[in-house]
Design a protein around this ligand. Sequence first.
Ligand code: AMP
Ligand code: ZN
Length: 493
Amino acid sequence: MPLYNNNTVNIYNSLSGKKEIFKPINEGYIGMYVCGPTVYSNVHLGNVRTFMSFDLIYRYLIHLDYKVRYVRNITDVGHIVDDVDDGEDKIAKKARLEQLEPMEIVQRYTVDFHEILHQFNLLPPNIEPTATGHIIEQIEIVKKIIDRGIGYESNGSVYFDVVKFNETNHYGQLSGRNIEDMLANTRDTDGQSDKRNPQDFALWKKAEPEHIMRWPSPWSDGFPGWHLECTAMSTKYLGEKFDLHGGGMDLKFPHHECEIAQNEACTGHAPVNYWMHANMLTLNGKKMSKSTGNNILPKEIITGESEFLSKAFSPSVARFFMLQAHYRSVLDFSDDAIVAAEKGHIRLMEALSKLNQIEASDNSSIDVKSWKDQCYQAMNDDFNSPILIAHLFEGVRFINILLDKTATLNIDDLADFTKTINSFVFDILGLQAETNDSASHEKLEGVIQMLIGMRNDARTNKNWKLSDDIRDQLLLLGIHLKDGKEATEFSIS
Ligand code: AMP
Ligand code: ZN
């Protein structure tokens, strides 16, 4: 029997502002869409947190035996600087500044994104569509919205008429904004806009002559609006109505509000049953962000090279740090907090590594079933990972009292306990046992000694070029060689 039969998952639905019992459209199957990164620069730790929140959710749903189709896109066109319609495309801007092709920028940062997510042990989605790969689908949606009288062309661009839409539907249903307030609070600053109303948003933008990311359309050579891509890609792969849609809290408005409006304008009904929003990672109390520079890069966590860090941390420790907070809470990053998380991570992993030393007894003095139920209840309650982690530490306490034989488990309970704690830690939280620091340090030392040996051979053979190359390359990596009388020493900076 699938595990989901015994587990009622409650999800906080941003649309209703309440926790709701989760019921997929098709029993046993889940369609889940998460807005992916805009690949114009390296992802920062805040972005990783959002993707990790949805990784936790995905992992748990799979654990419950749901068949999940998880779609997460790559935004490689259409996302405008400052999220306004009249600015420059983020990727085109970066390409201009770096004198590269936009697609070189896209490739560079997509590869980086995949590497980072892999390092942090996030599972890949089942489909990872790109916006540029779905221009035709986006044009089709624009046509439909125009046919329904809610999109209008103006000077080669096409805009969504929010006022018209709001006559029959509700613009602001997700973000809780009120259209009258929005209209009262915005003014068309330059009077030059092609829009009927400043709240209208672009479905299609005519490209300026110098803009090379352009595609033909019935209205102009141009490019699609950012909100449109997610409508096109989510419905293409998950259908006109699907179960879950997620993203960071900052995408609620305008991005997701506009997605809902586009879908309703196009199909006449709401696209998504449960909207989920992950909260922000802050640094010194301020949102981590690419554009302000207030951020830590995932790589800096691993190397420790950041003004905000006292040392390096493994990706699993960073993961543990983030999952100690509920996905809907703001989490502030600090060195102290991640140092504390590392201690907890070590305690957890040490205990797990001793599980196989526990011997079964004839009877059980620990109620494994009730502990296990609590673990599931935590996750069933809107994926409450901090509560789950508290129960896992109760599990650590069990391991310790089982080891010092002040408690006992019979063979079945021991097997159940072992299986449960392992699957929560490794499969659901996605933590990884450390390749402990001293072991990797030993390996590094071995490799350096090997290179020193090769360099000595090169010097004996008067191959000065090779010996210098080895020294210089190591230096670039921060490894200094010092030739002594007896031997060559090294130091790592
Ligand atoms: P972007 O590449 O800017 O479109 O962002 C990718 C994802 O990261 C989106 O879901 C954002 O909501 C999310 N995000 C951006 N900044 C943060 C942050 N400081 N903390 C958590 N998530 C963030
Ligand atoms: Zn999106």
